[in-house]
Design a protein around this ligand. Structure first.
Ligand SMILES: Cc1cc2nc3c(=O)[nH]c(=O)nc-3n(C[C@H](O)[C@H](O)[C@H](O)COP(=O)(O)OP(=O)(O)OC[C@H]3O[C@@H](n4cnc5c(N)ncnc54)[C@H](O)[C@@H]3O)c2cc1C
Length: 379
């Protein structure tokens, strides 16, 4: 039987995971990525056990690589911004491994991308291919690119992020909404934080209002990641690479507990980006095209689950395409499997901080829901 030919649009975490999973399922894959190359931009990925299990499901070397090179935070701490009071402490490390069947790991996004790229044979990723539109025809789907070129596939997988062209083709134009919140991101060499209390933990400092918080955790083996958010409507630029001001970062959190400020003091550079979201989509697919990751459920970083959800989507979608000959049946099964969980986490990423400061308690859905396992029976 002729192999199914899938075009994956977008070579981010979700697209590369999908490509690796589809190849294992016997699908022919080409990834079309708009950038001309991958670079190690200053950003984190926190992989909760469910995401680690999804990546283990690729069966290649990614799981082993993650365990050897990822950061292993020992505890997840919630602390109050002013008093420093610890409002919760959850053991990660061996406890998470025993409880959920996989550890929680933290890696630099660029390093995870490189590990995923190593899973793919040469030629699978085509760089510099920016999708413009897709058209359904008798011979499958025709993909048209911004440079005037085109190609064909049996199915199109839109892993092209929050500004997805595939989503646009399926459901018409709509624009992401600015949350009114900006995020600062900094990566500090571990040597520079030697002796700082809890630098080896995943620590969330709840701020005085829903938008304001600081999160810190070890990133891989040699770095510590600092992620700080604040309400700010004047800055609307969305970027992984635009520098922010270190003085602004320090001044915004000047009233935070000294232990939180210590890490800010050790940063010598910072990136700044506005955070955008979209409301939930009622459907994620058409007859021959389907969405995954941020293309269908972009979320705020407050649950640290966006990349993890993209990995889960990718693995489940590949299993469904392997199981059902008819792509639209596979897409329906994929949606039925993934939508309840991804939608709940998307909603939670929006509400979590708001409910916390409105007196809703610590972490609205708690760690169990945060780390629900990716069960094979879900497919
Ligand atoms: C500040 C911040 C911190 C975060 N921290 C975490 C975290 O700790 N843990 C976590 O799980 N998630 C986190 N997230 C969320 C996470 O980054 C996203 O959910 C995740 O990147 C989504 O992956 P994706 O593959 O769906 O999309 P993306 O990573 O956005 O990848 C989309 C890809 O598609 C390409 N593309 C776009 N348009 C086209 C086109 N027309 N043609 C071809 N290619 C195209 C892009 O160049 C890109 O490579 C964070 C997000 C932010 C903003």
């Amino acid at each position: 039987m002729k192999k199914l030919q899938a075009a994956v649009v977008g070579g981010g975490v979700g697209g590369l995971t999908a490509a690796a999973a589809l190849l294992r399922s016997g699908v022919d894959v080409t990834v079309y990525e708009q950038s001309s190359g991958f670079s190690r931009v200053g950003a984190d990925v926190n992989l909760t056990p469910n995401a680690v299990k999804a990546l283990d499901g690729l069966g290649g070397g990614v799981g082993d690589w993650l365990r050897a090179h990822g950061g292993h935070p020992q505890f997840r701490l919630s602390r109050m911004w002013d008093t420093g009071e610890e409002t919760s402490r959850v053991a990660l490390g061996d406890d998470a491994r025993e409880r959920y069947g996989a550890p929680q790991l933290t890696v630099h996004r660029g390093d995870l991308m490189s590990a995923l790229e190593r899973e793919l044979p040469a030629g699978v990723i085509e760089l510099g291919r920016r999708l413009d539109s897709i058209e359904d025809g008798a011979e499958g789907v025709r993909l048209r690119f911004a440079d005037g070129s085109d190609s064909r596939a049996d199915v199109v997988i839109g892993a092209d992020g929050i500004h997805s062209r595939v989503r646009h083709a399926l459901f018409g134009p709509d624009e992401p909404e600015f949350t009114g919140i900006v995020a600062f991101r900094a990566v500090i060499p571990s040597d520079a934080v030697a002796g700082v209390p809890n630098a080896d933990c995943f620590t969330k400092w709840w701020g005085p209002d829903p938008a304001t918080q600081i999160v810190t955790f070890p990133l891989g083996l040699d770095e510590v990641f600092v992620f700080a958010t604040v309400g700010q409507t004047a800055w609307t630029e969305e970027s992984w690479t635009t520098p922010g001001s270190i003085d602004e970062l320090r001044s915004l959190y000047v009233d935070f507990h000294p232990e939180a400020r210590t890490l800010l003091d050790r940063c010598d550079g910072v990136l700044k980006s506005a955070l955008y979201v979209r409301p939930p989509l009622p459907a994620w697919s058409g007859d021959r095209a389907v969405l995954l990751g941020d293309a269908c459920h972009p979320m705020t970083p407050f649950m640290a689950q966006g990349a993890g959800q993209a990995c889960e989507d990718a693995v489940v979608l590949a299993r469904c395409l392997a199981e059902f000959d008819d792509p639209s049946t596979a897409f329906s099964r994929y949606e039925a499997t993934r939508k309840p969980r991804a939608s709940r986490i998307q909603a939670s990423s929006r509400d979590n901080n708001w409910l916390r400061t409105a007196g809703g308690g610590d972490w609205v859905y708690g760690y169990d829901a945060w780390s629900t396992s990716l069960d094979a029976s879900e497919v």
